[in-house]
Design a protein around this ligand. Structure first.
Ligand SMILES: [Zn+2]
Length: 245
C-alpha cells in the first residue's frame, strides 16, 4: 500500500532514466535521503522535471511505499531556486559540493531535521551572504561531519591531553586525533595543522565570523576535511564537484 505524503525536499542529484524519465535523489525533511522517479521528467514540457534540479528547495508530493526503493514523485512546487547563487559560478560549484556530500554520505531513509535545516541555511547563505563560497562550504562540511557522528576534536591533544595548543604547529593523526607540538614527535602526523588553520577550524566549528584569512588556509581546511572523510568513510573517494579547482 502506498501513502500520499507532502514534505519539503532539497534536490541532491538528477539522473536520466530510460528515454523519458528522470530519477532524483532528494534530502527530505521527513524521511531523510530518498530516491524518486519523475515519469516523463525529461520532456521539456514537464514542469516537475524542470524544477527538480540540484540544489533547488521544493515542496513535493510523493506516493511512498516502504518496500519500494524508488518512490513516485506526483507533484512539486518550488520553494526556492536560489537565483543569486546560480549567477556566481564559484558559489554554484560549492553549492553542488554541499549537495554531493549529502548525497554521498547520508544513509537512505534516516530523517535528520538539523541536517535538513542546515542544508537550507547554507544554500541561503550562498545565495545572500558576501562571505566567500569556500568558507560557507567549509562551515557546512564541519557541521555535517559533526552531525553525521564523526566529530573532529580540537579541544586538546589526543595523546597527552594538554589544552595549551596556541602558538605552535600542531598535527593530526587520523587514528588518534589532534597532536600537540610534543606528541607530534612521537606519532605520525597525517596532516600538519598550523596555527592559522587551527584558529580557522575553531571559527568554523563555533560559527564565528572570519575576517582576514589566507587563501591557502581555506584550501588546506578543505583538503583536511576530504582526508578526514576518506579515512572515516571507506567508500568515499572525494568531492567530484571540486575537482576542477
Ligand atoms: Zn600531546
Amino acid at each position: 500500500m502506498s501513502e500520499i505524503i507532502k514534505t519539503e525536499a532539497v534536490v541532491l542529484r538528477k539522473l536520466n532514466y530510460g528515454d523519458t524519465s528522470s530519477i532524483v535523489s532528494l534530502y527530505t525533511l521527513d524521511f531523510g535521503k530518498i530516491s524518486a522517479i519523475i515519469k516523463g521528467g525529461r520532456n521539456p514540457k514537464s514542469k516537475m522535471g524542470m524544477i527538480a534540479d540540484p540544489p533547488n528547495h521544493l515542496e513535493i508530493i510523493l506516493y511512498k511505499k516502504v518496500t519500494r526503493e524508488v518512490q513516485f514523485l506526483s507533484a512539486s512546487e518550488i520553494i526556492s531556486h536560489f537565483p543569486h547563487l546560480k549567477e556566481n559560478l564559484n558559489s554554484l560549484k560549492f553549492a553542488y559540493a554541499v549537495v554531493e556530500l549529502v548525497q554521498k554520505l547520508s544513509p537512505e531513509d534516516e530523517p535528520n531535521k538539523r541536517i535538513f535545516n542546515g542544508i537550507i541555511r547554507i544554500l541561503s547563505l550562498f545565495n545572500s551572504s558576501d562571505e566567500k563560497p569556500e568558507i560557507i562550504f567549509s562551515r557546512f562540511t564541519l557541521f555535517f561531519i559533526e552531525e553525521s557522528g564523526y566529530g573532529i576534536n580540537l579541544d586538546k591533544c589526543s595523546v597527552c591531553g594538554t589544552t595549551e595548543l596556541d602558538k605552535k604547529i600542531l598535527g593530526y593523526n587520523l587514528e588518534r586525533g589532534l597532536l600537540c607540538e610534543k606528541c607530534k614527535r612521537e606519532y605520525i602526523d597525517n596532516f600538519k595543522i598550523e596555527m592559522e588553520l587551527f584558529n580557522y577550524l575553531n571559527c568554523l566549528k563555533f560559527n564565528k565570523q572570519i575576517k582576514i584569512i589566507n587563501e591557502n588556509t581555506i584550501k588546506n581546511a578543505i583538503d583536511f576535511f576530504e582526508l578526514y572523510l576518506k579515512y572515516h568513510i571507506s567508500d568515499f573517494k572525494g568531492i567530484q564537484s571540486l575537482k576542477s579547482y
